[in-house]
Design a protein around this ligand. Structure first.
Ligand SMILES: CC(C)(COP(=O)(O)OP(=O)(O)OC[C@H]1O[C@@H](n2cnc3c(N)ncnc32)[C@H](O)[C@@H]1OP(=O)(O)O)[C@@H](O)C(=O)NCCC(=O)NCCS
Length: 144
């Protein structure tokens, strides 16, 4: 598996992965806007020339970054890809001087909660009706 920076030609595949893996509806222009804002913060994982996962986020302030999306193709889960993507993204946060990473995760998404706990995140709160279907979110954070 190899990591590289997202490029506009990856949009179709990344959008497909997002729609298959995540329950919210996304406007494809969001991906390009975020890429233009922080290109190093949008990372793709490839295997045999195929995109199998991605992560991106934003810098909320001079010290706080936030993960917006992380997804690995179901066929490639449980083999370390998500961890490798996350650690590289965390490294990019450190390069930018970020001191804290935050995220929201659906309270029912036990796999992602376990994943983020393994990466060192702690649960810090619950946001009622955060998602469009009325589901609550847990807020998680990690200090660098
Ligand atoms: C969350 C997600 C990105 C993890 O990717 P992955 O490549 O499967 O994760 P990894 O193989 O790197 O796993 C790293 C650790 O996470 C935890 N983990 C991963 N999958 C797990 C599962 N099914 N059950 C419990 N823990 C799990 C484990 O602690 C694992 O470490 P270990 O292999 O040493 O036990 C992936 O499951 C996914 O795309 N889910 C759908 C989208 C999503 O929910 N994204 C996050 C919310 S934005």
């Amino acid at each position: 598996m190899q990591l590289r920076r997202f490029g506009p030609r990856d949009l179709t595949r990344v959008y497909e992965l997002a729609c298959n893996s995540l329950s919210e509806n996304y406007n494809p222009t969001l991906f390009l806007d975020l890429y233009n804002y922080w290109p190093e913060g949008f990372i793709i994982a490839e295997e045999d020339g195929q995109t199998i996962g991605f992560i991106f986020g934003i810098m909320m302030s001079r010290t706080e970054a936030r993960i917006l999306m992380l997804a690995v193709d179901p066929k490639h889960r449980g083999k370390g890809c998500g961890g490798v993507l996350y650690r590289e993204w965390q490294r990019q946060c450190a390069v930018k001087g970020m001191r804290m990473i935050a995220l929201e995760v659906r309270v029912t998404n036990q796999v992602a909660i376990r994943f983020y706990e393994k990466m060192g995140f702690q649960l810090t709160g619950r946001i009622v009706k955060y998602y469009s279907n009325g589901d609550d979110a847990f807020r998680m954070q990690l200090f660098l």
